[in-house]
Design a protein around this ligand. Sequence first.
Ligand code: G
Ligand code: G
Ligand code: MN
Ligand code: NA
Length: 253
Amino acid sequence: ARLEARMHEALEANAFRLFFQPQVNRRGVVIGAEALLRWPLDGGAMVSPAEFIPLAEDTGHIVRLGLWVLRTACAQLARWQMNERTRHLKIAVNVSARQFHQPDFVASVKDTVRAAAIDPGRLELELTESAILSDVDETIRRMNELRALGIRFALDDFGTGYSSLSYLKRLPFDQLKIDQSFVRDMAEDESSEAIVLAILSLSHALGLEVVAEGVEMPEQRDFLRQHGCDAYQGYLFGKPLPMEAWGDFLEMI
Ligand code: G
Ligand code: G
Ligand code: MN
Ligand code: NA
Protein backbone atom coordinates (compact mmCIF):
# COMPACT_ATOMS: atom_id res chain seq x y z
CA ALA A 1 0.00 0.00 0.00
CA ARG A 2 2.87 2.37 0.76
CA LEU A 3 4.37 1.74 -2.65
CA GLU A 4 0.98 2.44 -4.19
CA ALA A 5 0.70 5.83 -2.50
CA ARG A 6 4.20 6.70 -3.61
CA MET A 7 3.41 5.64 -7.15
CA HIS A 8 0.49 8.05 -7.20
CA GLU A 9 2.78 10.85 -5.96
CA ALA A 10 5.44 9.93 -8.49
CA LEU A 11 2.89 10.17 -11.30
CA GLU A 12 1.79 13.58 -10.09
CA ALA A 13 5.40 14.74 -9.73
CA ASN A 14 6.41 13.38 -13.15
CA ALA A 15 9.13 11.38 -11.40
CA PHE A 16 9.25 8.41 -13.76
CA ARG A 17 12.01 8.20 -16.35
CA LEU A 18 12.21 6.42 -19.66
CA PHE A 19 15.43 4.61 -20.55
CA PHE A 20 16.25 3.28 -23.99
CA GLN A 21 18.11 0.06 -24.74
CA PRO A 22 19.65 -0.27 -28.21
CA GLN A 23 18.63 -2.93 -30.70
CA VAL A 24 21.06 -3.82 -33.48
CA ASN A 25 20.78 -5.67 -36.77
CA ARG A 26 22.88 -8.60 -38.04
CA ARG A 27 25.74 -6.25 -38.88
CA GLY A 28 25.71 -4.67 -35.42
CA VAL A 29 24.21 -1.42 -36.69
CA VAL A 30 21.79 0.26 -34.26
CA ILE A 31 18.26 0.13 -35.68
CA GLY A 32 16.33 1.41 -32.68
CA ALA A 33 15.63 1.02 -29.00
CA GLU A 34 13.26 -0.52 -26.49
CA ALA A 35 11.81 2.03 -24.08
CA LEU A 36 12.10 0.82 -20.47
CA LEU A 37 10.47 2.57 -17.57
CA ARG A 38 12.50 3.54 -14.50
CA TRP A 39 11.42 4.92 -11.16
CA PRO A 40 14.29 6.72 -9.44
CA LEU A 41 13.86 7.37 -5.73
CA ASP A 42 15.29 10.36 -3.89
CA GLY A 43 18.31 8.43 -2.62
CA GLY A 44 19.26 7.52 -6.19
CA ALA A 45 18.02 3.92 -6.01
CA MET A 46 15.69 2.69 -8.75
CA VAL A 47 12.52 0.72 -8.14
CA SER A 48 12.49 -2.08 -10.69
CA PRO A 49 9.54 -2.21 -13.07
CA ALA A 50 9.39 -5.91 -12.29
CA GLU A 51 8.21 -4.71 -8.86
CA PHE A 52 5.98 -1.76 -9.72
CA ILE A 53 4.42 -2.75 -13.06
CA PRO A 54 2.33 -5.55 -11.48
CA LEU A 55 1.22 -3.09 -8.79
CA ALA A 56 0.46 -0.47 -11.42
CA GLU A 57 -1.64 -3.06 -13.23
CA ASP A 58 -3.57 -4.05 -10.10
CA THR A 59 -4.29 -0.47 -9.09
CA GLY A 60 -5.05 0.80 -12.59
CA HIS A 61 -2.17 3.33 -12.47
CA ILE A 62 -0.78 1.52 -15.50
CA VAL A 63 -3.27 3.35 -17.72
CA ARG A 64 -1.82 6.78 -16.97
CA LEU A 65 1.71 5.49 -16.69
CA GLY A 66 1.42 3.63 -19.98
CA LEU A 67 0.11 6.72 -21.72
CA TRP A 68 3.02 8.74 -20.33
CA VAL A 69 5.46 6.12 -21.67
CA LEU A 70 3.83 6.22 -25.08
CA ARG A 71 3.86 10.03 -25.24
CA THR A 72 7.46 10.21 -24.09
CA ALA A 73 8.56 7.59 -26.61
CA CYS A 74 6.70 9.39 -29.42
CA ALA A 75 8.29 12.72 -28.42
CA GLN A 76 11.69 11.03 -28.71
CA LEU A 77 10.80 9.60 -32.13
CA ALA A 78 9.79 13.09 -33.24
CA ARG A 79 13.21 14.42 -32.17
CA TRP A 80 15.01 11.58 -33.93
CA GLN A 81 12.96 12.25 -37.07
CA MET A 82 14.26 15.81 -37.30
CA ASN A 83 17.82 14.59 -37.80
CA GLU A 84 19.04 12.87 -40.95
CA ARG A 85 21.35 10.65 -38.88
CA THR A 86 18.65 9.31 -36.58
CA ARG A 87 15.44 9.42 -38.58
CA HIS A 88 15.55 5.68 -39.40
CA LEU A 89 15.54 4.63 -35.72
CA LYS A 90 12.46 2.98 -34.25
CA ILE A 91 11.23 2.68 -30.69
CA ALA A 92 9.54 -0.33 -29.10
CA VAL A 93 7.13 0.34 -26.24
CA ASN A 94 5.90 -2.28 -23.76
CA VAL A 95 2.13 -2.38 -23.46
CA SER A 96 0.64 -4.20 -20.50
CA ALA A 97 -2.47 -6.33 -20.74
CA ARG A 98 -4.69 -4.01 -18.75
CA GLN A 99 -3.56 -1.02 -20.78
CA PHE A 100 -4.15 -2.80 -24.09
CA HIS A 101 -7.69 -3.77 -23.10
CA GLN A 102 -8.80 -0.28 -22.09
CA PRO A 103 -11.81 0.66 -24.25
CA ASP A 104 -10.00 3.76 -25.55
CA PHE A 105 -6.57 2.19 -26.08
CA VAL A 106 -6.65 2.32 -29.89
CA ALA A 107 -7.93 5.89 -29.90
CA SER A 108 -5.29 7.01 -27.41
CA VAL A 109 -2.47 5.52 -29.49
CA LYS A 110 -3.82 7.15 -32.64
CA ASP A 111 -4.13 10.52 -30.90
CA THR A 112 -0.62 10.28 -29.47
CA VAL A 113 0.94 9.37 -32.80
CA ARG A 114 -0.92 12.18 -34.57
CA ALA A 115 -0.11 14.77 -31.92
CA ALA A 116 3.59 13.90 -32.10
CA ALA A 117 3.46 13.94 -35.92
CA ILE A 118 5.69 10.87 -36.12
CA ASP A 119 5.96 8.20 -38.78
CA PRO A 120 3.83 5.40 -37.24
CA GLY A 121 6.11 2.88 -38.97
CA ARG A 122 8.81 3.76 -36.45
CA LEU A 123 6.64 2.79 -33.50
CA GLU A 124 6.48 -0.79 -32.33
CA LEU A 125 4.17 -2.05 -29.59
CA GLU A 126 5.30 -5.04 -27.52
CA LEU A 127 2.57 -7.30 -26.19
CA THR A 128 3.00 -10.34 -23.99
CA GLU A 129 0.98 -13.48 -24.20
CA SER A 130 -1.07 -12.41 -21.18
CA ALA A 131 -2.42 -9.47 -23.19
CA ILE A 132 -3.65 -11.78 -25.91
CA LEU A 133 -5.13 -14.61 -23.91
CA SER A 134 -8.12 -12.78 -22.55
CA ASP A 135 -9.81 -12.17 -25.89
CA VAL A 136 -8.10 -13.23 -29.08
CA ASP A 137 -10.64 -11.83 -31.54
CA GLU A 138 -10.68 -8.44 -29.86
CA THR A 139 -6.87 -8.44 -29.72
CA ILE A 140 -6.72 -9.10 -33.46
CA ARG A 141 -9.21 -6.30 -34.18
CA ARG A 142 -7.19 -3.80 -32.14
CA MET A 143 -3.91 -4.84 -33.68
CA ASN A 144 -5.30 -4.54 -37.19
CA GLU A 145 -6.72 -1.11 -36.55
CA LEU A 146 -3.31 0.16 -35.45
CA ARG A 147 -1.43 -1.79 -38.10
CA ALA A 148 -3.53 -0.01 -40.72
CA LEU A 149 -1.70 3.17 -39.64
CA GLY A 150 1.67 1.45 -40.01
CA ILE A 151 2.35 0.68 -36.34
CA ARG A 152 4.20 -2.59 -35.83
CA PHE A 153 3.65 -5.29 -33.21
CA ALA A 154 6.11 -7.51 -31.38
CA LEU A 155 5.32 -10.53 -29.21
CA ASP A 156 7.49 -10.08 -26.11
CA ASP A 157 9.03 -12.72 -23.81
CA PHE A 158 8.16 -15.42 -26.30
CA GLY A 159 8.26 -18.92 -24.90
CA THR A 160 7.58 -18.05 -21.27
CA GLY A 161 3.80 -17.84 -21.39
CA TYR A 162 1.13 -20.15 -22.68
CA SER A 163 2.01 -19.53 -26.28
CA SER A 164 -0.27 -21.47 -28.48
CA LEU A 165 1.12 -21.92 -31.96
CA SER A 166 -2.32 -21.32 -33.44
CA TYR A 167 -2.29 -17.79 -31.95
CA LEU A 168 1.00 -17.13 -33.66
CA LYS A 169 -0.59 -17.95 -36.96
CA ARG A 170 -3.73 -15.90 -36.38
CA LEU A 171 -2.31 -12.82 -34.70
CA PRO A 172 -0.84 -10.15 -36.98
CA PHE A 173 2.57 -9.79 -35.33
CA ASP A 174 5.53 -8.40 -37.25
CA GLN A 175 8.15 -9.54 -34.82
CA LEU A 176 8.81 -12.04 -32.09
CA LYS A 177 11.22 -11.52 -29.19
CA ILE A 178 13.00 -14.60 -27.86
CA ASP A 179 12.95 -14.41 -24.09
CA GLN A 180 16.33 -13.80 -22.50
CA SER A 181 16.12 -16.96 -20.37
CA PHE A 182 16.55 -19.12 -23.49
CA VAL A 183 19.44 -17.01 -24.76
CA ARG A 184 21.14 -17.20 -21.36
CA ASP A 185 20.80 -20.99 -21.07
CA MET A 186 21.56 -21.79 -24.72
CA ALA A 187 25.21 -22.73 -24.18
CA GLU A 188 24.71 -24.99 -21.13
CA ASP A 189 21.38 -26.48 -21.89
CA GLU A 190 20.56 -28.42 -25.02
CA SER A 191 16.83 -27.96 -24.70
CA SER A 192 17.20 -24.16 -24.54
CA GLU A 193 19.32 -24.31 -27.67
CA ALA A 194 16.70 -26.49 -29.35
CA ILE A 195 13.95 -24.06 -28.35
CA VAL A 196 15.87 -21.12 -29.78
CA LEU A 197 16.42 -22.94 -33.07
CA ALA A 198 12.76 -23.97 -33.22
CA ILE A 199 11.61 -20.39 -32.55
CA LEU A 200 13.88 -19.07 -35.30
CA SER A 201 12.70 -21.53 -37.93
CA LEU A 202 9.04 -21.31 -36.96
CA SER A 203 9.10 -17.50 -36.97
CA HIS A 204 10.77 -17.30 -40.31
CA ALA A 205 8.35 -19.81 -41.78
CA LEU A 206 5.53 -17.55 -40.57
CA GLY A 207 7.22 -14.45 -41.97
CA LEU A 208 8.04 -12.95 -38.57
CA GLU A 209 11.20 -11.07 -37.76
CA VAL A 210 13.08 -12.39 -34.71
CA VAL A 211 14.80 -10.34 -32.02
CA ALA A 212 16.94 -12.09 -29.41
CA GLU A 213 16.90 -10.52 -25.95
CA GLY A 214 19.54 -10.66 -23.24
CA VAL A 215 22.50 -11.15 -25.58
CA GLU A 216 25.56 -10.68 -23.35
CA MET A 217 28.32 -12.66 -25.04
CA PRO A 218 29.77 -12.66 -28.56
CA GLU A 219 29.30 -16.45 -28.71
CA GLN A 220 25.56 -16.02 -28.21
CA ARG A 221 25.37 -13.42 -30.97
CA ASP A 222 27.42 -15.59 -33.33
CA PHE A 223 25.28 -18.65 -32.75
CA LEU A 224 22.06 -16.68 -33.21
CA ARG A 225 23.37 -14.96 -36.30
CA GLN A 226 24.49 -18.22 -37.81
CA HIS A 227 20.90 -19.42 -37.46
CA GLY A 228 19.34 -16.37 -39.06
CA CYS A 229 18.33 -14.18 -36.11
CA ASP A 230 17.39 -10.74 -37.46
CA ALA A 231 18.05 -8.39 -34.53
CA TYR A 232 19.71 -8.36 -31.13
CA GLN A 233 19.28 -6.66 -27.79
CA GLY A 234 21.38 -7.07 -24.68
CA TYR A 235 24.28 -5.82 -22.60
CA LEU A 236 26.73 -6.85 -25.34
CA PHE A 237 25.39 -3.96 -27.43
CA GLY A 238 24.26 -1.61 -24.71
CA LYS A 239 22.42 -1.28 -21.42
CA PRO A 240 19.24 0.74 -21.09
CA LEU A 241 20.44 4.37 -21.17
CA PRO A 242 18.76 7.64 -20.25
CA MET A 243 18.12 9.68 -23.40
CA GLU A 244 20.77 12.23 -22.38
CA ALA A 245 23.38 9.48 -22.82
CA TRP A 246 22.16 8.52 -26.31
CA GLY A 247 23.80 11.47 -28.02
CA ASP A 248 27.23 10.18 -27.01
CA PHE A 249 26.20 6.62 -27.68
CA LEU A 250 25.23 7.44 -31.28
CA GLU A 251 28.49 9.37 -31.77
CA MET A 252 30.43 6.34 -30.59
CA ILE A 253 28.97 3.86 -33.07
O1 G B 1 14.27 -3.10 -17.75
P1 G B 1 13.82 -4.08 -16.76
O2 G B 1 14.52 -5.35 -16.51
O3 G B 1 13.91 -3.42 -15.47
O4 G B 1 12.24 -4.37 -16.99
C1 G B 1 11.57 -5.26 -16.18
C2 G B 1 10.19 -5.57 -16.71
O5 G B 1 9.38 -4.39 -16.76
C3 G B 1 10.20 -6.12 -18.13
O6 G B 1 9.35 -7.24 -18.15
C4 G B 1 9.63 -5.03 -18.97
O7 G B 1 8.87 -5.54 -20.04
C5 G B 1 8.74 -4.28 -18.00
N1 G B 1 8.63 -2.89 -18.41
C6 G B 1 9.62 -1.98 -18.52
N2 G B 1 9.13 -0.80 -18.97
C7 G B 1 7.80 -0.96 -19.14
C8 G B 1 6.74 -0.10 -19.57
O8 G B 1 6.92 1.05 -19.95
N3 G B 1 5.48 -0.64 -19.59
C9 G B 1 5.24 -1.92 -19.21
N4 G B 1 3.98 -2.36 -19.27
N5 G B 1 6.21 -2.76 -18.81
C10 G B 1 7.48 -2.29 -18.77
O1 G C 1 10.40 -8.18 -20.38
P1 G C 1 11.11 -7.26 -21.34
O2 G C 1 11.74 -8.04 -22.41
O3 G C 1 10.27 -6.15 -21.87
O4 G C 1 12.26 -6.52 -20.52
C1 G C 1 13.59 -6.61 -20.87
C2 G C 1 14.38 -6.67 -19.59
O5 G C 1 15.64 -7.29 -19.78
C3 G C 1 14.67 -5.31 -19.03
O6 G C 1 14.48 -5.38 -17.69
C4 G C 1 16.14 -5.09 -19.35
O7 G C 1 16.76 -4.22 -18.43
C5 G C 1 16.67 -6.50 -19.24
N1 G C 1 17.87 -6.76 -20.05
C6 G C 1 18.17 -6.21 -21.23
N2 G C 1 19.34 -6.71 -21.73
C7 G C 1 19.78 -7.60 -20.82
C8 G C 1 20.92 -8.47 -20.77
O8 G C 1 21.76 -8.52 -21.66
N3 G C 1 21.02 -9.26 -19.67
C9 G C 1 20.10 -9.25 -18.67
N4 G C 1 20.29 -10.07 -17.64
N5 G C 1 19.00 -8.46 -18.69
C10 G C 1 18.84 -7.65 -19.75
MN1 MN D 1 9.87 -5.82 -23.80
NA1 NA E 1 11.09 -9.62 -23.21
